[in-house]
Write a protein that binds this ligand. Structure first.
Ligand code: CO
Length: 211
C-alpha cells in the first residue's frame, strides 16, 4: 500500500500520461508562456482549490493564497503578485474569494490566542471593528460568522482598489475589474457578493490617488 507521499508522485505520472494522450502538445504549448485573464486571491484552506472549483485549466488563473484571503497593503508577497498580474500579465479580473467556515475569520471573532498568527488575524479583527454595528446586531452566531466572512471579502476588494497598483492601472484606462466571492465548502457553490469595482469612484476621498 503506497504512502500518500508516494501516491501523489504516481498521480503526477498518470496525469502527465493522460494529458499527452489527449494532446501531445499540451505541455510544450504551456511551456511557451502564460496569459491568464484572472488573478485569484483566495484562502490557503485546502478545501478551496481555485482551478478545480472554477473549472479552469493550467494557464488560466494566476493565484495568490494566504490565511483568510487577506489584502494587507504592506505584504510584499501580495503586492508582488498583484503588480505582476496587473502590469505584466494584464489580467482583466481579480477575484477575492473567501469561504464560509473560514478558520481565520472564526479566530478573529474569538479572543483566544493561537500564537504568532494572532498578528495576521488582527487585520481581520480590524474589519470587525469597522463593521461592529452590523455584526454585533446579529444574534445567531453562525449567521454572524457567515456575514463576517462576506464583509471581510468586501473589505479586501476595496483594499485592492486602494493600492497604488490598481489605481494606477485604472488611471491608465486599463480594463481591470475586481470582484468579491464566497465559496460554500459544504455546497461547492460560489456566491457572487455583487461588489464589482472597475474604477476608484467608490473609494472614500482620502484613498483616491492622483497621478
Ligand atoms: Co479560510
Amino acid at each position: 500500500m503506497p504512502t500518500f507521499y508516494q501516491q501523489i508522485l504516481e498521480n503526477n505520472k498518470k496525469w502527465v500520461a493522460e494529458k499527452i494522450d489527449q494532446d501531445p502538445e499540451y505541455f510544450s504549448s504551456l511551456a511557451n508562456g502564460q496569459k491568464p485573464p484572472l488573478l485569484w486571491i483566495g484562502c490557503a484552506d485546502s478545501r478551496v482549490p481555485a482551478n478545480e472549483i472554477t473549472g479552469t485549466k493550467p494557464g488560466e488563473v494566476f493565484v495568490h493564497r494566504n490565511i483568510a484571503n487577506m489584502v494587507v497593503h504592506t505584504d510584499m508577497n501580495m503586492l508582488s503578485v498583484l503588480d505582476y498580474a496587473v502590469n505584466a500579465l494584464k489580467v482583466r479580473h481579480i477575484i477575492v474569494c473567501g469561504h464560509y467556515g473560514c478558520g481565520g475569520v472564526q479566530a478573529a471573532m474569538s479572543n483566544v490566542s493561537i500564537g504568532l498568527i494572532d498578528n495576521w488575524i488582527r487585520h481581520i479583527k480590524d474589519v470587525y471593528r469597522l463593521h461592529a454595528d452590523e455584526l454585533d446586531a446579529i444574534e445567531d452566531n453562525q449567521k454572524k460568522f457567515d456575514r463576517f466572512v462576506e464583509i471581510n471579502v468586501i473589505e479586501q476588494v476595496y483594499d485592492l482598489a486602494k493600492t497604488s497598483i490598481v489605481q494606477n492601472a485604472w488611471n491608465s484606462k486599463q480594463d481591470l475589474w475586481i470582484h468579491g466571492w464566497v465559496y460554500g465548502v459544504g455546497s461547492g457553490l460560489i456566491k457572487d457578493l455583487g461588489v464589482n469595482c472597475k474604477d476608484n469612484s467608490e473609494l472614500e476621498a482620502v484613498y483616491k490617488l492622483n497621478f
